[in-house]
Structure formats: C-alpha cells, structure tokens
Design a protein around this ligand. Structure first.
Ligand code: G3P
Length: 212
C-alpha cells in the first residue's frame, strides 16, 4: 500500500517527502482554503515536491463546469489527478475525462455501490472516507475491504485510496483490507513513526553507552 499525504501545506509535504515514504498527495477545497493561498500556485508547488499523483479537486456541481475546471487544471502538470465528487454529474464528467487521458479520483465515497459506479465510469481512483463513516457509527474500513474484494473479483483496475484517515490504526486496517493507497494527514503520519518503547529503548542504549 502506497502512502499519500492528505494536506495542501507545502512545508509539511517537503518534510514528509524527505523521509522517502511518499508516493503522492491529495488535497480538497477545505485543505486548500485553510492555506489561504492561490489554488494553482499551491498545486504547482506540490507537483515540484512529490513525483506522483497529485489530486486537485473541482468545485463545480455540474458536468460542464467540472469538465472546464478539470481540463484547465490537468494542463498545469502531468501528475495532476482530478478529484471529482461522487454523483451522476461527477460520473458523467469522469467518463469523458478518462477517455481524454485525464485521470480522475472520485471522492466522497461512502459505500461499495458508489465505488462500483465510479469504477464503471472508468475512474483511475476512488476515495472511500473511512473516518467520516466511523463518525456516524458505521465501520468505514468495511467499505475499503468490500471494494478491494469487488475490484479483485471482477478485475476492475480502479485504485482504492483509503481517505479520511484519523489515526494509525486506520492505516494498518486500510493496508490489511486491501487499499492500494492510504492518504493520511501529516499529524497521523508523524504518529505512524512513533512508539514510546522506541524512545525508551534509544534512551537506554545511549545512557548505557555513556557509562562506558
Ligand atoms: O481529502 C479527503 C479526506 O481525506 C478528508 O478527511 O478528515 O476531513 O474526513 P476528513
């Protein structure tokens, strides 16, 4: 399972990319807005930091607007993937864009049925939202597991990006459920590295060494 960073903060991306663990980045309108910067400028900067799929989301709600935005953003860099919200307008846009060679990531997926429809439309990626399903008392990881089994059974090439990841266990569960990618916020990526026994172990090794 590949690791993507779910942020639009370029300092965070630069730091985590330097660890050699990143394969891509996802953004959404909320993450872009929280940076308070120009959309195109941020996406281009991210493309310069990570050599992998970089998701840039459309904000139009109709297919014509989605197509216009997607075609414009896709021109900025070959690694740009257009993130399109699930829905009939979104599916229509995805089926056209994928035929034009523009890769799409269908976002806001909350059921295996939605993921199946996105795969039929030809989406390169689907993003099931694990944490937001957990928030309403439905086990989000089950959607990832169901999609992984379904795509495998039927030979569908769409890649599953486990999104809305809230803690390290979600990452472990996503990998075991068969997600191809987990897109993870920076704070959670930092937690993936840490364990109190590692810190205690380092401290002990160093204090023993100093006693020599
Ligand atoms: O980028 C989509 C997704 O990862 C958002 O996560 O935490 O806002 O549910 P969250």
């Amino acid at each position: 399972m590949q690791l993507f960073l779910d942020t639009a903060n370029v300092d965070e991306i630069r730091e985590i990319a330097s660890w050699g663990v990143l394969s891509g980045v996802t953004t959404n309108p909320s993450l872009i807005a929280s940076e308070g910067r120009d959309f195109r400028e941020v996406i281009n900067e991210i493309c310069g930091l990570v050599d992998g799929p970089i998701s840039a989301e459309v904000i139009s709600e109709d297919r014509a607007g989605m197509l216009r935005e997607a075609r414009e953003s896709a021109e900025w860099h070959p690694n740009i993937v257009i993130k399109i919200p699930m829905g009939s307008e979104g599916l229509a846009a995805v089926s056209i864009l994928e035929k034009e060679g523009i890769r799409c990531n269908v976002t806001l997926i909350f059921s295996a049925a939605q993921g199946y429809m996105a795969a039929l439309a030809g989406a390169s990626f689907v993003s099931p939202f694990v944490g937001r399903l957990d928030d309403i008392g439905t086990p989000g990881i089950q959607v990832v597991a169901d999609l992984a089994e379904m795509f495998d059974l039927h030979g569908l090439p769409t890649r599953i990006i486990a999104a809305s990841i809230r803690h390290p266990q979600h990452v472990e569960q996503a990998a075991l459920a068969g997600a191809h990618i987990a897109t993870v916020p920076t704070a959670v990526v930092r937690k993936l590295v840490k364990h109190p026994l590692t810190d205690i172990g380092i401290e002990k090794f160093l204090s023993d060494w100093r006693k020599m």
